[in-house]
Write a protein that binds this ligand. Structure first.
Ligand SMILES: [Zn+2]
Length: 465
């Protein structure tokens, strides 16, 4: 009896202790949010900038399940699912992730460098990158990003730069189109091809069903590239030459860097015609204002590499940028006045394109010439605002438009149910000031949440390499 009693007594004592331990563990787990269900998030009391129209939705809740936006609605009408990881959105703004539609991901020589650049994109809220100079290695990399092995944006993979070196004539062009398509690339990057090679490539690409985009070969010119429906023109290539071509002196001059050699000969009246042809062709423009402005500006390159974001780039790259700017400005055909005129004309052209509803997608050309991946998209957006677009117009080019360009308007680029969960949580309203896109509270990349403190930790590691 005594033994039994004692045993019971012990067991009761044991149970009470265990209950207290369980309670304590349970409470601690709640505090640390360890009981949340992976992949289930709720942004609460947040102001949503959905970006499908210029509305601002206050006091909203956005629920994310796995890689998708599951629900968007007023806080009193959206039920927060049990086990959701709560992200406090009070006083904050939630917008779709941005796209860099003319980005570059480094090649296979230094895989760590490539991974770091991918992180720089997402750290800045760039959740989609159209990689504009590809390599077979990128197709592998895309798979590893999509598996969740490497943090990175959604990547649209272009082929390597086509040129007379790798695609000398029409026959090679037709073969190359098939090779690129079979390898799994999403688009063909156009470089300065010979006219006949470009024509054959365009024809075969339409046949096979793979878009081609990028530069316009000198022998082809703007009108012909539009006639054959190039998918996008990057850097506003050949527009200045088009506007200058009626001038009797134009034929005797070299067009120089993006038309800077003939910019004093342009007839701005032809801008309207260029834009009409662009709209008729359905061709997109990815302006990359910052590419040209960074090279053409009077700012010393030694000053430019002191910008805070430069600490994330390898020293060798910075050195190369400094040399490139010096070399460019030392060229015989570089005239500071012409370079400034080029900057003005490009801004006017962008504004006119926007006013006539020509399709525009955001891109800065990173990492080229002082464009640090991710960070450069902020400079580009600020330049677009300086050109006369509103912050909302600029954000459309980086959110909704890239999805339309890809002919998948429902896939991403707006904060709506069913879209990919690519989101940026901001401390201030970017519609009031585009610079607010830099004031992040965190970034969500296909449903993976990166609060700002975690982003900064990772950035420090990259800065220390
Ligand atoms: Zn580029």
């Amino acid at each position: 009896m005594m033994n039994t009693f004692k045993l019971y007594g012990n067991r009761r004592g044991f149970s009470a202790t265990m209950i207290i331990i369980f309670l304590a563990v349970g409470l601690t787990a709640c505090d640390q949010e360890e009981v949340t269900i992976p992949g289930l998030y709720a942004f609460t009391d947040v102001t949503v900038l959905p970006m499908h129209t210029e509305v601002v939705l206050e006091n909203h809740t956005v629920v994310v399940r796995n890689d998708r936006i599951f629900a968007v609605g007023p806080t009193d009408r959206v039920e927060i699912p049990d086990g959701a990881h709560i992200i406090d959105g009070a006083g904050r703004y939630l917008m779709p992730g941005l796209a860099e539609m003319h980005g570059h991901i480094p090649g296979p020589d230094d895989p760590q460098y490539a991974k770091d650049m991918l992180f720089l994109y997402i750290s800045n809220g760039v959740t989609t990158v159209r990689n504009m100079a590809g390599h077979a290695y990128h197709l592998e990399l895309v798979e590893r990003i999509n598996n969740g092995e490497i943090p990175g944006p959604y990547v649209i993979a272009a082929t390597n730069w086509t040129s007379p070196g790798n695609v000398p004539g029409p026959e090679e062009a037709r073969e190359a189109v098939h090779e690129f398509y079979e390898a799994g690339f999403d688009l063909i990057k156009i470089g300065n091809l010979r006219g006949d090679a470009y024509e054959a490539l365009a024809d075969e690409a339409h046949e096979v069903g793979i878009p081609f985009a990028g530069h316009i070969p000198e022998e082809i010119g703007l009108r012909r590239a539009l006639e054959v429906r190039q998918a996008s023109i990057d850097h506003l290539d050949r527009y200045v030459e088009f506007m200058a071509e009626g001038h009797p002196d134009a034929a005797d001059r070299s067009p120089g860097f993006f038309g800077s050699g003939v910019v004093d000969l342009i007839d701005e009246g032809r801008m309207r015609e260029a834009i009409e042809l662009t709209i008729e062709a359905g061709t997109w423009n990815v302006p990359t204002l910052s590419l040209v402005e960074h090279l053409a500006s009077p700012e010393a390159p030694e000053e430019m590499i002191r910008r805070p974001e430069m600490c994330y780039m390898p020293r060798g790259v910075l050195k190369h940028w400094v040399e490139s700017k010096h070399n460019y400005q030392a060229r015989d055909d570089f005239q500071p006045e012409a370079a400034q005129r080029l900057v003005e004309v490009r801004r006017d052209l962008l504004k006119a394109m926007h006013e006539h509803n020509a399709p525009i997608a955001l891109g800065s050309d990173a990492p080229q010439f002082f464009n640090v991946p991710g960070f450069s998209i902020h400079h580009e957006m600020e330049m677009m605002v300086a050109a006369g677009l509103t912050p909302f117009d600029v954000l459309v080019t980086g959110t909704r438009n890239p999805a339309v360009y890809l002919e998948t308007p429902d896939a991403f680029g707006t904060v709506e149910e069913g879209r990919r969960a690519d989101l940026i949580l901001l401390e201030a309203n970017p519609l009031a000031d585009i610079a607010a896109v830099r004031e992040r509270a965190g970034v969500m990349v296909r449903g993976e949440w990166w609060p700002e403190d975690r982003i900064q930790e990772q950035l420090e590691i990259i800065a220390d390499r």
